[in-house]
Design a protein around this ligand. Structure first.
Ligand code: BDP
Length: 651
């Protein structure tokens, strides 16, 4: 067995040098003699490591019986994760216990979980991790924390993982007591250069900064009437001498976009703020764009920002943390959702412009050759890393897709099943495949259909809360009244103006979404406000579609329980994981009923239109908990009232 870089190989075998066509962190894997002779050659050291992991993965999956010989290279250099960890050890939108990085305002003394995490990420070819929350704490970059961050970087380094950091934009004030954080002020520029020099002294391979600024109450350049490009370039210049990058987040909106005015539309924020800035970013800046224009919803159209920055490097942001998708208590295999965006063709200038070709720099060929993707992951101390065994397929798939967004999501899933559970039991393979592939469509069915987004509670992002989403006094996405529903995002719908968001797309896509007839059913209510009785392309009315989808989605969640139970005793499944997943599936099945009934009851109330199949409100088998003899419990009025039958639960 030979493992090494191409340079090492050719140095060792000068008479038979290899000439392999790979790039970046690519590698070549060849086995001969039925696996007895193995040659793993990396384009660089990371590539050699990835090749070794690939060999182990194939060995474990039993796919090395015949000889293999192939070379692979990443589609893009940026394959990062973003962790939203706070210095006190909590994690924003984390569902798996406390931070593996921080505790009580400092870096943890014991970083053994960090080493394990780095190994895990290297095995899926992730090459950098931003360890602190984008809603950053100035304390993270204080001098007394730099050595701790350096220890994290030391734990990452053997696995080819670089550490990245989120700076708090107003740090010059908080850390150095300057009177300003204006990105053009010379004292501010000096502050960031000194801070960056200090960090690189301890962490010479620091990947760079991930910047959230002027969004959701965070300080930023707009506080001084400076542009996003001026802010990004401030950091870009500081990290440039060290080869560092700036990932500048495209997720930018403020309260004016979410107010009660019906022309306000958060989806429009990013393109508005980036207007006129293309080409003004330094070449080590990458604009990191969430897949949809709102916020990690169960379905969104591709963010139009991808079509506005042809002279700027871009990366995609996805969320492995299931923030709006059941928070790891619901099974939701997400690659099919992500692919609705990466496969989407924005038709810029009337030519093929798939999002995956934009983020891998194939479409615009920026000279810096940067691009790629980042996933919000939020691992915690929980031994499953993400809080649930099956959620891990999303992290595994993220790594595989970041390497190549054209990979097949079913093949990826099945590799993960073999690696995680084993390869003895085809029934287990088929069952987990079926459950996973049915999971995101089911979740969409029992939450928000036809492009209404997830209809969750607006703060917790968990569980149904249609009233708040509907309300005319808060940022309103449903816009449901007695007769009609949906958010009109067209420019002009024949009777009046919409928010105009559709105009942010290139012409061909704009024309599709602007036109009620041409808008796909699954985004109808994202773009249009229509009567409940409008017929979809499928032939159902809007309201009946909601009813049917909710009953069918909840049924699928119930089926998952039976499907999982059929795996009891499988040679590939130990009792502990069987029971832990069963617990989650039973919860999901119950919570899917809560979702179903909350949404259909609400819609029934607001529209007054009965369900053709007579299901809404009829549960002959149901016994209300509050009608039972209660010992130690008392009835409790639930808010939102739709989330419990008769508005009442027991506590
Ligand atoms: C939203 C999250 C919030 C994040 C924000 C972001 O709810 O916690 O701070 O996105 O991405 O999805 O900055």
């Amino acid at each position: 067995m030979i493992v090494g870089t191409i340079d090492q190989y050719n140095h060792a075998f000068p008479h038979a040098p290899l000439n392999l066509s790979f790039s970046g962190d690519g590698f070549s894997l060849r086995t001969q003699g039925n696996g007895k002779v193995v040659r793993i050659v990396g384009h660089n050291e990371r590539g050699a490591l990835y090749g070794a992991f690939e060999y182990l993965s194939r060995l474990a999956q039993g796919t090395l019986s015949s000889n293999v010989d192939y070379t692979t290279s990443p589609s893009a250099p940026i394959r990062w994760t973003n962790e939203w960890d706070n210095m006190d050890g909590s994690i924003e939108r984390g569902y798996a216990g406390n931070s593996i990085f921080f505790e009580n305002g400092a870096v943890l003394a014991n970083l053994s979980r960090v080493t394990q995490y780095a190994r895990l990420l290297a095995s899926i070819r992730v090459n950098a991790v931003v360890v602190n929350n984008v809603n950053a704490d100035p304390a993270t970059l204080e001098s007394n924390n730099i050595n701790g961050l350096g220890r994290i970087a030391d734990a990452f380094r053997p696995y080819g993982i670089q550490l990245g950091l989120s700076p708090y934009f107003a740090s010059p004030v908080n850390i150095s007591g300057l009177p300003t954080y204006d990105p053009l002020d010379s004292r501010v520029i000096a502050f960031w250069q000194n801070k960056t020099d200090e960090i690189y002294k301890r962490i010479p391979d620091m990947a760079g900064y991930l910047v959230k600024a002027s969004s959701e109450g965070q300080p930023g350049p707009l506080d001084y009437n400076r542009t996003l490009a001026q802010a990004a370039n401030l950091f870009a210049k500081a990290v440039k001498p060290y080869g560092g990058l700036v990932m500048y987040r495209g997720f930018i909106y403020d309260a004016t976009y979410d107010k009660a005015d019906w022309t306000a539309d958060r989806a429009k924020g990013a393109v508005d703020y980036f207007n006129g800035l293309d080409g003004k970013f330094d070449d080590n800046v990458v604009v990191q764009i969430k897949y949809g224009p709102v916020d990690f919803q169960v379905r969104e159209p591709a963010s139009p920002l991808f079509s506005h920055l042809p002279s700027t490097s871009m990366a995609l942001e996805v969320e492995v943390s299931q923030e709006y998708l059941g928070q790891q208590c619901h099974l939701a295999y997400l690659p099919p959702l992500w692919k609705t965006v990466t496969d989407f063709d924005l038709r810029i200038n009337g030519t093929s412009s798939r999002v995956r070709d934009i983020i891998t720099n194939k479409r615009f060929k920026h000279p810096s050759r940067l691009g790629g993707s980042a996933a919000v992951v939020n691992v915690g101390q929980n031994s499953t890393w993400l809080g649930s065994h099956l959620a891990m397929s999303n992290l595994y798939a993220y790594g595989r897709l970041a390497w190549n967004w054209e990979s097949d999501e079913t093949e990826i899933l099945q590799d993960w099943v073999r690696l995680t559970f084993g390869r003895r039991d085809p029934h287990l393979m088929n069952t987990i495949t079926q459950m996973s592939l049915a999971s995101w469509p089911a979740y969409e069915n029992y939450t928000g259909n036809l492009g209404t987004m997830t209809i969750t509670d607006i703060y917790t992002h968990f569980g149904p809360n249609p009233q708040r989403r509907e309300s005319k006094t808060s940022g309103t996405w449903l816009r449901a009244d007695e007769k009609s529903i949906g958010m009109d995002r067209t420019v002009w719908n024949g009777t009046g103006p919409g928010t105009g968001f559709a105009r942010q797309y290139p012409d061909e896509v704009y024309q599709m979404y602007e036109d009620l007839e041409n808008t796909p059913d699954n985004l109808l209510l994202w773009f249009h406000h229509v009567p409940y009785t409008r017929r979809l392309h499928s032939g159902e009315t809007v309201v009946q579609h909601f009813y049917n989808a909710h009953y069918s989605g909840a049924q699928t969640a119930a089926d998952f329980v039976r499907m999982w139970q059929s795996l009891h005793g499988s040679a590939d499944l130990d009792e502990e994981r069987y029971q832990e997943v069963l617990f989650r599936q039973v919860f999901q099945a119950g919570h899917a009923l809560v979702w179903r009934d909350a949404i259909v009851n609400w819609l029934h109330n607001v529209s007054g239109i009965p369900d053709d199949l007579g299901r809404v409100g009829h549960h002959p088998w149901r016994i209300e908990a509050e009608s039972m003899l209660l010992d130690g419990y008392k009835p409790y009025a639930v808010d939102p009232f739709e989330a419990a039958s008769n508005s009442t639960a027991i506590v």
